[in-house]
Design a binder for this molecule. Structure first.
Ligand code: SF4
Ligand code: SF4
Length: 345
C-alpha cells in the first residue's frame, strides 16, 4: 500500500497521530536535531540529516525506575513500577537507526532473555522510517553502506517514507503499518508514478555513497582476535581517548546499563541507568580490582565487542555505521579507521 501527503500538510497527520497516542519526531534544538515528544505539530522538522542522539532511548530510556520501596518496611512491601506504554509513533527514523533496533532486539527481545520493558515499548510503537535525501551527500563520518545498509532501506520500519518534491510518500511495510495508513484519512492514494518513484528510490538508496570498504564479518572477527594481545596497536589507537563515554551514549547499538538503588529519607528507588564500557569504573569490582584500568583496554573492549565478540556470539556486527561515535568524539577517534587499520595490521 502506498499513500501520500503534501509536506505542508504533515501537521494534519501529526495532529491525528497525537490524538491516537504519543508522537516522537525530530525537532530542532539549539545544538542540532533530536527526537522529542511532540506537543505541537509545528515542532516536527523533517529538514534534518540525522539526530545527534540515536532513538534507542524510546525503548531503553537513559533512566528508568523499576521498584519503589521504603527502607524501614519489609522487602515484600516494595512496589513494582507499572509499565503500560501508550501507543507510540516514532516518526522519521533513518534506515541505519531502524536497523539498530533489530540488533538491540537480540539482547532485549530474544536469546532466551526477554526484557519486558523493551518488549512492551517495541510492541506499542509504530516506526516511520525515513529515507536519507539522495541529493545530499552522506556526512563524512557515515559508513552504513559498509555494513550493507542502504540510504533508503525500508526493512525494519512499519511505514517507510520517501520525499518526492513537495509530497511525502508513505509505504506500508508491516501489517501494523498498513493498518495505520488506512486509518489516517488525510492521506491520498499513491498513483502508479508514485509507486515507481518509491521503488526506484529504494534501489538508488543502495548506491548512495558513504565511506565504504569491503568488510567480511568473519574476517574482521578473526583479525581482531589475532590483534587482541597486540598492546602497541591498541595503545596507539586509544592514545587520545579521554574516556568520556560520548561515543557509547550516542550509539544506537550500545546497551550497557547499571542497576542502582537511590535512597533518601527512607524512600528508595531501584532504577536502571545507562552505563558505558568506556568509563574507568565500569568494570570496578567490589574487591577493588579493576580488570580494565587502562584506556586501551576499554577502547579495545568496545571495538572487539561490536566487531568480534558479537559476531562470534550472535552472528552479526553490532554497528550500523551511523557515524555518531566519530562525529561527536571530542578527540576525533574514528571507528571506521580503526577497523580499516585492524584489517591492514
Ligand atoms: S559504533 Fe559508531 S558508527 Fe557504529 S552504530 Fe555505534 S555510533 Fe554508529
Ligand atoms: S567519545 Fe572519544 S574520547 Fe570519549 S570515550 Fe569515546 S573514543 Fe574516548
Amino acid at each position: 500500500m502506498l499513500k501520500k501527503i503534501s509536506v505542508n500538510k504533515i501537521s494534519e497527520m501529526a495532529a491525528q497521530l497525537m490524538k491516537k497516542g504519543l508522537l516522537l519526531a525530530p525537532v530542532k534544538e539549539a545544538s542540532g536535531h533530536n527526537f522529542a515528544e511532540i506537543s505541537d505539530p509545528q515542532q516536527i522538522d523533517l529538514d534534518f540529516y540525522n539526530t545527534k542522539v540515536s532513538p534507542k532511548s524510546v525503548f531503553l530510556p537513559q533512566k528508568e525506575d523499576f521498584i519503589r520501596y521504603e527502607t524501614a518496611k519489609p522487602v515484600a512491601e516494595a512496589q513494582l513500577v507499572a509499565l503500560e506504554p501508550r501507543q507510540t509513533f516514532l516518526f522519521g527514523v533513518r534506515p541505519c537507526d531502524v536497523k539498530s533496533f533489530g540488533i538491540m532486539d537480540i539482547h532485549f527481545n530474544a536469546s532466551g532473555i526477554i526484557d519486558p520493558y523493551w518488549k512492551k515499548r517495541r510492541e506499542a510503537t509504530v516506526i516511520f522510517g525515513y529515507a536519507f535525501d539522495l541529493d545530499t551527500p552522506a556526512e563524512p563520518a557515515d559508513f552504513y553502506q559498509t555494513l550493507g545498509i542502504g540510504a533508503a532501506d525500508p526493512e525494519g520500519s512499519d511505514i517507510f517514507m520517501v520525499k518526492k518534491g513537495d509530497d511525502l510518500l508513505l509505504g506500508g511495510v508491516t501489517p501494523k503499518g498498513e493498518k495505520l495508513l488506512t486509518e489516517l484519512e488525510m492521506l491520498n492514494e499513491g498513483k502508479a508514478a508514485d509507486k515507481k518513484y518509491f521503488e526506484e528510490y529504494i534501489k538508488k538508496g543502495r548506491e548512495h555513497k558513504t565511506r565504504t570498504m569491503p568488510l567480511d564479518a568473519e574476517a574482521i572477527t578473526g583479525k581482531l582476535e589475532e590483534l587482541f594481545h597486540n598492546t602497541d596497536f591498541w595503545t596507539m589507537i586509544s592514545d587520545a581517548c579521554i574516556s568520556c563515554g560520548v561515543c557509547t551514549f550516542v550509539c544506537p547499538t550500545c546497551y550497557c546499563f547499571d542497576i542502582c538503588d537511590d535512597t533518601l529519607f527512607g524512600q528508595g528507588v531501584r532504577r536502571r541507568v545507562w552505563d558505558a564500557c568506556m568509563f574507568t569504573d565500569f568494570t570496578l569490582e567490589a574487591s577493588g580490582h579493576n580488570p580494565r584500568t587502562n584506556v586501551y583496554q576499554r577502547l579495545r573492549q568496545k571495538i572487539c565487542h561490536k566487531y568480534s565478540f558479537h559476531v562470534r556470539k550472535y552472528g552479526v556486527i553490532s554497528c550500523v555505521g551511523c557515524g555518531r561515535c566519530t562525529k561527536y568524539c571530542p578527540v576525533n577517534i574514528d571507528i571506521y579507521s580503526i577497523i580499516e587499520d585492524a584489517m591492514k595490521a
